[in-house]
Design a protein around this ligand. Structure first.
Ligand SMILES: NC(=O)C1=CN([C@@H]2O[C@H](COP(=O)(O)OP(=O)(O)OC[C@H]3O[C@@H](n4cnc5c(N)ncnc54)[C@H](O)[C@@H]3O)[C@@H](O)[C@H]2O)C=CC1
Ligand SMILES: O=C1[C@@H](O)[C@H](O)[C@@H](O)[C@H](O)[C@H]1O
Length: 346
């Protein structure tokens, strides 16, 4: 049997804790060797039930000791650049939760660091690319099963938002998934973003306008519209409907089982992303571990992180102006190849 990949998880909050459990219990070929969190008791609690895992408050100490083979980053997005750069310099494969970083300039720094390293080390946590529904819709678009794709209609609804979730984070943390999904479905870059904000729910915290409608255009003129509604109360719903020349395809609609009981009919609403995308996260992390063991990545790249950060930047400007804002991209380095590859090996 091969030696397991020794992983450091940086950030043991909501998402980091979920990935620690996944790595410990369900993923083959990896072990949680270190958990790094500035909140020491949180890091210690995270490793308490994992034999051999060590709690740290500073990633540099882990890197200096050569104590791990790979790093999974689950700190808040505004910290990703400062965590990523030393990890790239150290030559370690990394799974960085989305967003790569919240703005195009800092994401470009990450791309440049990787180009300087000469190989792809950073996989970005766009787990939807590993969801069976997302993969089947991409295949239908590629194979033109129902003719050409014409438009996409996305719904992104969360029950509530965590404290401190700003209007900009609606774009940078939530809509960023839709930017990547549109690029994944169509294989094209996004060229412009518009945001319209109308009547807001009284359930939105101060400073947030919710819901928002985001309209995107791709290189070949496909239009995609996103309703992002992050204080929708009822539960978590992420779905897409695609209109083709000879058919309409929906993914992520209501899930089985469908039950009739006690005078009601229907099914359960997923409470959060952990439940809605559990299989996608498992497949994403397994793909990353398999690729990291070979020194590479097994999913969306730093370029995907950069391209979506550029969309977010345009989106935040569009929130303020209501105008159609063009997305500006640097020339793509050769390291990343052409087009928008599926970026999912499972
Ligand atoms: N792919 C997905 O569907 C999801 C991805 N995310 C992403 O995961 C990341 C983490 O989000 P959450 O878990 O919700 O945040 P969180 O706030 O629950 O956890 C963040 C953790 O990072 C720690 N931390 C802060 N600064 C640190 C530092 N300098 N060094 C080490 N640890 C530090 C905090 O103490 C906290 O434990 C974000 O990038 C977020 O966008 C979050 C939810 C779902
Ligand atoms: O990434 C995620 C969260 O950070 C974000 O806040 C949610 O809106 C998304 O649905 C979830 O997948």
């Amino acid at each position: 049997m091969n030696t397991p990949l020794r992983v450091a998880v940086v950030g043991a909050g909501r998402m980091g804790a979920d990935h620690i459990e996944r790595l410990h219990r369900r993923i083959n070929g990896a072990e949680v060797a270190a958990v790094v969190d500035i909140d020491k008791p949180r890091a210690e609690a995270a490793v308490a039930h994992i034999p051999g895992a060590v709690a740290y408050t500073d990633l540099q100490e882990v890197l200096d000791r050569d104590a791990v083979d790979a790093v999974l980053i689950a700190t808040p997005g505004f910290l990703h650049e400062q965590v990523l750069l030393p990890v790239i310099e150290h030559g370690l494969p990394t799974l960085c939760e989305k967003p790569l970083t919240p703005d195009a300039e800092s994401s470009w720094h990450v791309v440049q660091a990787e180009v300087a390293a000469g190989r792809q080390l950073v996989q970005v946590g766009f787990m939807r690319r590993f969801d069976a529904g997302y993969q089947s819709l991409r295949r239908m678009i590629e194979e033109k099963t129902y003719g050409e794709l014409l438009t996409l209609h996305h719904q992104h609804r969360n029950p509530t938002t965590p404290a401190g979730f700003t209007n900009e984070m609606i774009i940078n943390d939530s809509v960023v998934h839709e930017f990547d999904a549109v690029r994944f479905f169509t294989g094209e870059e996004i060229t412009s973003v518009q945001v319209r904000i109308g009547r807001s729910t009284r359930n939105a915290p101060a400073g947030q306008r919710d819901p928002q409608l985001v309209l995107l255009e791709t290189e070949s003129g496909i239009l995609a519209q996103v309703e992002v509604y992050v204080n929708a109360q009822f539960g978590y719903q992420v779905a897409t409907q695609a209109s083709f020349e000879t058919g309409i395809v929906g993914i992520g609609g209501d899930q089985e089982p469908y039950v009739r009981t006690a005078g009601t009919w229907g099914g359960l609403v997923t409470p959060g992303f952990e439940e809605r995308f559990v299989e996608a996260y498992d497949r994403e992390i397994q793909s990353w571990v398999d690729a990291a063991a070979r020194g590479g990545i097994g999913g969306p790249s730093a370029w995907d992180g950069y391209a979506t950060a550029a969309c977010c930047e345009a989106g935040v400007r569009a929130q303020a102006s209501g105008e159609i804002v063009p997305v500006q991209l640097q020339p793509k380095p050769e390291l990343y190849g052409a087009g928008v590859p599926a970026g999912a090996t499972r």
